[in-house]
Design a protein around this ligand. Sequence first.
Ligand SMILES: Cc1cc2nc3c(=O)[nH]c(=O)nc-3n(C[C@H](O)[C@H](O)[C@H](O)COP(=O)(O)OP(=O)(O)OC[C@H]3O[C@@H](n4cnc5c(N)ncnc54)[C@H](O)[C@@H]3O)c2cc1C
Length: 453
Amino acid sequence: MDARNTQHVVVIGAGFAGLAAAWELVRRGVRVTVCEADQELGGLAGSFEVGGTRLEKFYHHWFTSDTHVVELVKELGQADQVLHRPTRTGMYFAHNFFRLSTPMDVLRFTPLSLPARFRLGLLALRARRVQDWRKLEDLTAKEWLVRLGGREVYDAVWKPLLEGKFGEYASEISAVWFWNKLKLRGGSRGKGGEEVLAYYKGGFAALAEQLSQAICSNGGTIRLGTRVSGLLAWDGRVAGVRTEHGPIAADAVLATPALPIVADIVDSHVPPEYQASLRRIEYLANICIVLELDRSLSETYWLNVNDPGFPFVGVIEHTNFEPPETYAGRRLVYLSKYLPESDELYRMPDDQVVRFCLGHLQRMFPALSPDWILGAHVWRARYSQPIVVRQYGALIPPVETPLSGLYLSSMAQVYPEDRGTNYAIREGRAAAAKIAEALSVTEHRNAALSVRR
Ligand SMILES: Cc1cc2nc3c(=O)[nH]c(=O)nc-3n(C[C@H](O)[C@H](O)[C@H](O)COP(=O)(O)OP(=O)(O)OC[C@H]3O[C@@H](n4cnc5c(N)ncnc54)[C@H](O)[C@@H]3O)c2cc1C
């Protein structure tokens, strides 16, 4: 038997980082138990049922550059399940809709003067040419964007997006964060310059399910509805986790939830200054309203709302990406808003949220009638977007922790890229490889010790 089979790893969280880590560990012959607080797989990329098919609670797609997902999907033998589709992007600005999918659309964007339109087009190209993102670490997104595209472009295009997404934190957001967004969206293009995005047949839920089956059929265990409340430690080394259903012994533990949750879990097993460092990065929450409609709102998949008078920054008509036939003919629209947990909208009862947002949506689409609505859902996530400030790299805790055998692979550690399932997979697997390596060293050392004894 492989030496590593005798060692057991507990992974906290069955989001894409946790599932990918568990997959990497079972592939390397390490015994794994994944403990997930929720009753479902997927974490932030989790789903619910609409018209007989699983749909993400929060809109999800991949970019064509998301290679770590593709690699994983190939290992699962599911490469034919990835779908690539052109999508339309637009902007709602000054009570008008503008298409912004191709370079030609940018040239036709009349709210900007002609020179500013050229500067906007050039900005996207110049941003993609940045080789060393470290040179941007000291700059705010605002400083960098004004330098690159001028004030007019910043005020009309970028400022509303930054303020819509980050609210009071907008002026602190790092240029590195924005550079990444421009690089990803600008790079995910077809031959005609149109945006091409990717999705999975059956949604992200189908991929999470495939991954879970692959983990379990290779000897791993996934325990849903099993919240980890603390750690077991012995002699400065992790010895397992405490759960609401009892303790689970482990030789190593990988924590994948948001850092403030990990700070609660590690409690007194680490020095207080380390525990405090896990609370340094701040996060915004997100609220997504999902409307099931009997007809389409527009032909656009991704509509940025560049008007601060609206309580959402994006109107994402998912069925302009994945066809309505997948959902028994229903048209599905997300209204998304990032906000502090204390925001009134985040705390409103669901029916009030829907009524409030619908009123605003009718200002954009005056024909929209409540009769079109077949269903409405409200989803909230407390830790949905780490606030990426200047010199963010210095705030990120390493994968290894002061408690021997405890490792971290959390969304906020993804950098210089921003969070996303592709990077959750990359980081989860990298942490798992480190753990397997460390365990095999420990195992060999223990074996050597027992021989000597
Ligand atoms: C609105 C929105 C839109 C997004 N759109 C996209 C997109 O289009 N494409 C894309 O790739 N990504 C997108 N993302 C980002 C993506 O969802 C995340 O980056 C990714 O899912 C993070 O995975 P993770 O495993 O690191 O973390 P999570 O998904 O947060 O997983 C952590 C898991 O730990 C569990 N957990 C927490 N506490 C405990 C505990 N005490 N015990 C046990 N389990 C616990 C949680 O329930 C959760 O399942 C979006 C996110 C949001 C919020």
